[in-house]
Design a protein around this ligand. Sequence first.
Ligand code: NAD
Ligand code: DAU
Length: 331
Amino acid sequence: MRALITGGAGFIGANFVHQTLQDRPDVAVTVLDKLTYAGSRDSLADVADRITFVEGDIADADVVDPLVAESDVVVHFAAESHNDNSLNDPSPFLHTNITGTFALLEAVRRHGTRLHHISTDEVYGDLELDDPAKFTEQTPYNPSSPYSATKAGSDLLVRAWVRSFGVAATISNCSNNYGPYQHIEKFIPRQITNLIDGVKPKLYGAGQNVRDWIHVRDHNRAVWDIIDRGRIGQTYLIGADGEKNNKEVIELILELMGHEPGDYEHVADRPGHDLRYAIDNTVLREELGWQPQFPDFRSGLADTIEWYRENESWWRPRKAEVEAKYAKQGQ
Ligand code: NAD
Ligand code: DAU
């Protein structure tokens, strides 16, 4: 099988490339990535001789078309992915998440190539903190931020191309991932690298907001299950019953790194900050037989902390710039 992996130099995409080479020797991997601030060739350095890497924009039809033509499946991770950035400048989010997905859809339509579109639980908006409900495949779309609105738009384009043009696509909407190779602008790696630098972790607002954490390897195994056995045209929710509020996560990072639990500071809240995400993973479990292999958040987080300790050369060049950007926002 020839797989075209968009965004394969980013966090989840790079992990997907590594897992695919390890678990699926039958798959020939091509990565298409624009290498924005979020992408890094270093994340693929140890497998560089086992993949084809193309630097390019998914919105560029001339780049995309020949790559899609020679692929059996496109696994579409490429996106602008950070909510805070989308509040500062939504423009690249529209370009990549909407126009880029449109270009891929037109190419898979022309060539009859299978597409799996990676999306987020944020398309459903948020839940109340005291609400026992979780998101299901039937929850109406209600995105809050420019990021989640463009991801919702990209999902709807995929659904329309399935229905109107018979494109062979599936969609997955996953909760918050953690693990190696995550950009240090994101919550967990930002706090780990702050502590390595002797800086206090930064909690937005009161820190009561809940995220449903899943290890990146469990997300990616679900993606392969959907490619292998998912029903064309269907949406699958991916989550591992990992609800925690942000304060709890910071306190656990502090404990695992040998600090006092209260040794963090409150900073400015995110405008429009979604309260709670939670995934009902019944369909994924019952229809595809998926089970998480990393259900223990504490040990997964400890391994992730170890990875950032051992791979300082990977994140160090980005740290000062990321923190300067947050400092301007009072965060
Ligand atoms: P990331 O920001 O770490 O990586 C994105 C990658 O896409 C980077 O390598 C970047 O260079 C590339 N890219 C950006 N614009 C491009 C373009 N125009 N053309 C080609 N490449 C481009 O993102 P991530 O956290 O790995 O997220 C990957 C996907 O998973 C996204 O679609 C995101 O919406 C989705 N998702 C993420 C999470 C999460 O917790 N991180 C959860 C659910 C879903
Ligand atoms: O739910 C899936 C989504 O999870 C993905 O679609 C996004 O691509 C991914 O970035 C993530 O979005 P979040 O906005 O939830 O993730 P982030 O890591 O930015 O923040 C997680 C929570 O932590 C959120 O409630 C904001 C808070 N936060 C974040 C940072 C960077 C802090 O309290 N302090 C911080 O320094």
